[in-house]
Write a protein that binds this ligand. Structure first.
Ligand code: GAL
Length: 751
């Protein structure tokens, strides 16, 4: 028999209070709230709240029943992420604790479980400001939120099992790929066992393309094993256009009986920063163009289930056209990384922390977080760089020599970086990663002498911009991002740059704009783009998506104008601009001001808005052309009156697991389907069916738009969401929640 993985996300009881008796079997669940994971300990408005509201201790309780048939197995509970201090109890007995909200951990429950009887798993979750746990200790520019905010599962294995597998990519060339399989095996028997470990690598047609096997003698306890390398002839290399994944299956046998089997997706690719300063993917230079991502969402804090995590990766790749993301300032949710592997989006992942280095114990925890991060994530082919410093901290050679050593020991296949904010910082890593906030002020480039070199942040606090700011500001914000990306593209020995940041995020009162939001994103918190988002989108190849976007709204007025140029973001060869039917001009990318960008903005200069009689203006159209042919267009119209409310769900089909959810975007549109960017109208929602609305109700639009989430219950069925704005027809959207198929840990003895 091989391993069994049972979901442990459903049917928890939640107590928003620190009552130590909650660990006891006899404690009553009656007055507690029924919740499912991922769960935030407090649903909050998207801004203007008090962070103290989630900084408390809570308890989660999950009754369960495991029948006698599991006698002789080992039962391991795995947590993907709990904020920040966790103590785990089974049937009143303390099993262990974990410190740190951004890495996973597990406990072996076998010796505490009562088979054939009711058990109660109780988890004390400390979401207060734990100054002993990174990133806390001083101030932090983001909120941590609270709760068991990632998934939990129960893994049932034999007495001898695989603890982790690591497929180190040693070589990735078109002729051959070389993979070194490594494992940690746990033997819980009292005696030494002779076993056979077999690995086979399958392509997407389930064809075996490589194998390796070894006989091992395993004394009691845990032991690492390295198998002979697997050589794959003419492998399909993983890259950003064809992110080909193989499946590695590891099986462990005693005689001929299968003890354990673990499947892992791997990509065969090489990532390297060379002495010429460039980054190479599969030996091809790739200029890294990215943004920083915080994992938090409106209302839900960090507790976004897999679907929304995966969607974020898609937004970064497809809507923002990026080739990489920095997971600032902590390890990401596993499902986010899975999706990055699947779609081809590179990831720079780093340890939790922000500017502050604590005492020795704190540093030991940071080192533990580093180990946990690398062991968990080193099979993700999307990850190309490990961040082994506390973001923007002071130099501390002793500490950082050690973090570099740990990273290199756990993973010889990737370089280390570590994000600093001063140029004189000691270069202990493989890549000098630096936050540069001077670019957009001076436009001058002062580079440190170190190579490889990469800018890990720019912009951010230099030019915060809200989605409902003035058009001038939105344009400037976008052009500053464009200017900095242009500079980095012009420096051949700079590996790349990631801007601050992809999405607006919740932060403490000392940061951001005072309403607990930091408006540094090229998208708002709802992941809806500002103009700067379209700049990034326009930098990807037109072969992937042709883009043309007029960066302004159309306000025909005798008195107002927005300067004398019209900016269009596009990846086409030329853009023709029409006012009404009249052809105004056709221009080429502006290589004068942006000599190095893959796709410079198009500037239609000296075009006064007042040139045209506003009464006659019916539209403005930008036509993007390649080889003289139209490939894409964008039309804007003078704003009309509110005509309809529009609801758009990212997904129509959800799973009735009690946490699955979809974003539903709400926009107020005029008769031409344009979002009315000055609208703050309140929208009232009504939800019918087995789901709940996560969000403010009524919700006041921001820049004419916003979003709520619809989260399933445990019942399946049809869901209807209605949205109304005074004097307009009610909008309606239909969703469906389907029964959950996956096996869960039974709550009680099944009849
Ligand atoms: C950086 C920091 C980020 C964020 C940003 C705001 O210094 O690393 O976390 O605070 O500033 O611009």
């Amino acid at each position: 028999m091989s391993r069994e993985v049972l979901k442990l996300n459903t049917d928890w009881f939640f107590l928003a209070d620190d009552q130590p008796e909650a660990k006891e079997v006899s404690f009553s669940n009656e007055a507690l709230e029924r919740v499912n994971l991922p769960h935030t300990n407090k649903i909050l408005p998207h801004h203007y709240f008090n962070e103290k509201d989630y900084q408390f201790v809570s308890w989660y309780r999950r009754p369960f029943y495991i029948d006698q048939a599991k006698q002789g197995k080992r039962l391991i509970v795995e947590f993907d992420g709990v904020m920040s201090g966790t103590e785990v109890y089974l049937n009143g007995e303390r099993i262990g604790e974990h410190k740190g909200g951004y890495t996973g951990f597990s406990f072996d429950l076998t010796d505490y479980i009562k088979l054939g009887q009711q058990n109660i798993l109780a988890v004390r979750v400390d979401s207060t400001r734990r100054t002993d746990i990174p990133p806390e200790g001083n101030v932090v520019d983001y909120l941590l939120f609270g709760g068991i905010y990632r998934e939990v599962r129960l893994v049932v294995v034999e007495q001898l099992s695989i603890n982790w597998s690591y497929y180190q990519i040693q070589q990735a060339q078109t002729a051959e790929g070389v993979i070194l399989p490594q494992f940690e095996l746990v033997n819980s028997y009292a005696e030494t066992k002779e076993v056979r470990l077999e690995v086979s690598l399958l392509d997407q047609d389930h064809k075996q393309v490589g194998t390796s096997e070894q006989t091992l003698s395993l004394p009691p306890g845990s032991k690492t094993a390295t198998l002979e390398e697997i050589k794959v002839k003419q492998p399909r290399l993983w890259d950003l256009v064809n992110p080909y994944l193989y499946t590695a299956i590891a099986k462990i046998y005693e005689q001929n009986s299968l003890l354990d089997q673990v499947e892992t997706k791997i990509g065969i690719r090489s990532v390297e920063f060379k002495s010429d300063g460039k980054f190479y993917l599969n030996d091809h230079p790739l200029k890294l163009r990215g943004l920083n991502r915080h994992q938090m969402f409106p209302y839900l804090g960090n507790a976004m289930p897999a679907r929304g995590q995966r969607k974020d990766a898609e937004i970064l790749k497809y809507e923002l056209g990026l080739n990489f993301v920095r997971s600032s300032h902590y390890p990401a949710d596993p499902s986010f990384l899975d999706r990055c592997d699947e779609i081809g989006l590179l990831v720079f992942e780093e340890i939790p922390g922000w500017q502050h280095i604590g005492d020795q114990k704190w540093q030991d925890l940071a080192k533990l977080n580093l180990r946990e991060m690398i062991i968990r994530d080193r099979n993700h082919c999307s990850i190309f760089l490990w961040g082994v410093r506390i973001n923007e901290s002071a130099d501390d050679d002793q500490f950082y020599l050690e973090t570099n050593r740990i990273a290199r020991q756990l993973d010889q296949s990737r370089p280390t970086g570590g994000v600093r904010v001063f140029r004189e910082s000691k270069f202990l890593e493989d890549v000098f990663t630096y936050n540069d906030f001077e670019y957009n002020l001076t436009g001058k480039v002062k580079l440190p002498n170190h190579r490889p070199y990469m800018i890990t942040e720019y912009m951010g606090h230099m030019y915060p911009t809200k989605s409902y700011d003035s058009i001038e500001r939105l344009i400037n914000h976008a052009l500053k991002h464009a200017m900095i990306q242009d500079k980095q593209h012009g420096i051949p020995d700079m590996a790349g740059a990631s801007g601050w940041c992809a999405f607006d995020y919740n932060t403490h009162r000392e940061f951001g704009s005072g309403d607990r939001v930091c408006y540094h994103g090229v998208c708002d918190m709802f992941r809806l783009p500002k103009f700067a988002g379209y700049f990034y989108k326009s930098q990807q190849s037109p072969a992937i998506t042709p883009v043309v976007f007029i960066a302004r709204q159309m306000v025909p007025s005798f008195f107002e104008d927005y300067g004398d140029e019209i900016v269009v973001f596009s990846n086409c060869e030329e853009v023709a601009l029409y006012v009404g039917e009249q052809h105004l001009a056709t221009v080429q990318p502006n290589y004068v001001d942006f000599p190095s960008l893959p796709h410079p903005p198009f500037l239609f200069k000296e075009r006064q808005w007042r040139e045209w009689n506003p009464k006659d203006i019916t539209s403005m159209k930008a036509v993007g052309k390649i080889k003289g042919k139209k490939v894409v267009e964008h039309i804007i119209y003078p704003f009309g009156q509110p005509q309809r409310v529009e609801l758009t769900a990212d997904y129509q089909q959800l799973i009735a697991d009690g946490s699955d959810c979809t974003r539903v975007v709400v926009e107020l549109k005029d008769q031409n389907g344009q979002t009315l960017h000055l609208a703050h109208h309140p929208v009232s929602f009504e939800l019918l069916g087995p789901a709940r609305l996560i969000g403010e109700n009524p919700f006041s639009l921001e820049a004419g738009r916003g979003a709520v989430f619809v989260q399933t219950g445990r019942e399946h069925g049809r869901i209807v969401l209605k949205a109304s704005v005074a004097d307009l027809p009610t909008a309606e959207i239909r969703l469906e929640s389907k029964p959950m198929q996956e096996k869960i840990v039974p709550l009680r003895k099944e009849e």
